[in-house]
Design a protein around this ligand. Structure first.
Ligand SMILES: NC(=O)c1ccc[n+]([C@@H]2O[C@H](COP(=O)([O-])OP(=O)(O)OC[C@H]3O[C@@H](n4cnc5c(N)ncnc54)[C@H](OP(=O)(O)O)[C@@H]3O)[C@@H](O)[C@H]2O)c1
Length: 252
């Protein structure tokens, strides 16, 4: 999967929503999906960053994207219903959903962990993803071939000291993925649901988590796109409920 080579028109005619599309891995995914033919819906909180991605897609000759300004920290379920209505009215379909946006919170032992930060991390990383998913499920079910990708982390598969709410939120993300995948395991639907652990990737979040490391030792977001393309496109039909790594595991 790490060497998957996507054909140029892999995602032609597909409408794909990416959360946190303005920066880091989400930005790379939005640009990559657009380059492979998708109409990309750019959801995020910093409109200027989303506009820059929008302009880059247009300049490259991609299908006209759309910007969905949503702050996952402060939005309520009715806001996600409005997002779903806007997508339905404007595009009439949804074939892909990449849950990518997340926050790190603090790196701290549990006895020092600030409860308000805990709530915020769980809200952005888990509750918001649930609400957006719930609002979009009818459109995903209506698609002839839909793919949902949740973004996990190594600390969402094995807990590690001082990763606090972030680690717990990623375990919950894996749980949400598994529950949804099981519900979609039905011949009437054509929705596959999987998770991806990006692995160490050169972004602002990684720099915040590991301020002392040399970022150049980490993969660029563009370098981890093969797994995302494989899962978003039709070559992964039938792959459901699985946890993927975007990078090969280092030899131990
Ligand atoms: N980088 C890594 O090494 C690594 C490793 C394992 C897992 N991950 C996971 O990969 C995903 C992407 O991470 P990244 O490294 O690309 O992080 P990043 O550079 O910090 O980007 C995160 C994106 O999420 C958006 N976001 C954060 N809070 C939001 C909110 N309240 N409402 C809307 N959007 C919000 C950010 O918007 P702004 O641009 O406005 O801040 C940004 O576009 C995350 O799920 C992360 O947990 C990353």
């Amino acid at each position: 999967m790490h060497r998957y080579e996507a054909r140029p028109d892999l995602l032609k005619d597909r409408v794909i929503l990416v959360t946190g599309a303005g920066d880091g891995i989400g930005r790379a995914a939005a640009l990559t999906f657009a380059r492979h033919g998708a109409t990309v819906l750019l959801l995020g909180r910093t409109t200027s960053k989303l506009e820059a991605v929008y302009d880059e897609i247009e300049a490259a000759g991609g299908a006209q994207p759309a910007i969905l300004p949503v702050n996952l920290e402060s939005s309520a379920y009715k806001d996600y219903q409005e997002v779903a209505n806007a997508v339905e009215n404007e595009f009439g379909r949804l074939d892909g959903l990449l849950h990518n946006a997340a926050i790190l919170g603090m790196r701290s032992p549990l006895d020092h962990y600030d409860p308000d930060t805990w709530m915020k991390v769980m809200h952005v990383n888990v509750n918001a993803a649930f609400m957006l998913t719930k609002a979009l499920i009818p459109m995903l079910r209506a698609s002839e071939d839909a793919s949902v990708i949740f973004t996990s982390s190594s600390v969402g598969r094995k807990g590690r000291a001082y990763w606090g709410a972030y680690a717990v939120s990623k375990f919950a993300t894996e749980g949400l993925m598994q529950v949804m995948a099981d519900e979609m395991d039905d011949p009437n639907y054509h929705v596959r649901v999987n998770s991806v652990n990006p692995g160490a990737t050169r972004t602002n979040m990684r720099a915040k988590a590991y301020p002392a490391e040399n970022p150049n030792n980490n993969a660029a977001p563009e370098a981890i796109m093969p797994v995302y393309l494989y899962l978003m496109g039709p070559d992964s039909v039938g792959v459901n409920g699985q946890a993927f790594d975007a990078q090969p595991k280092p030899a131990s």
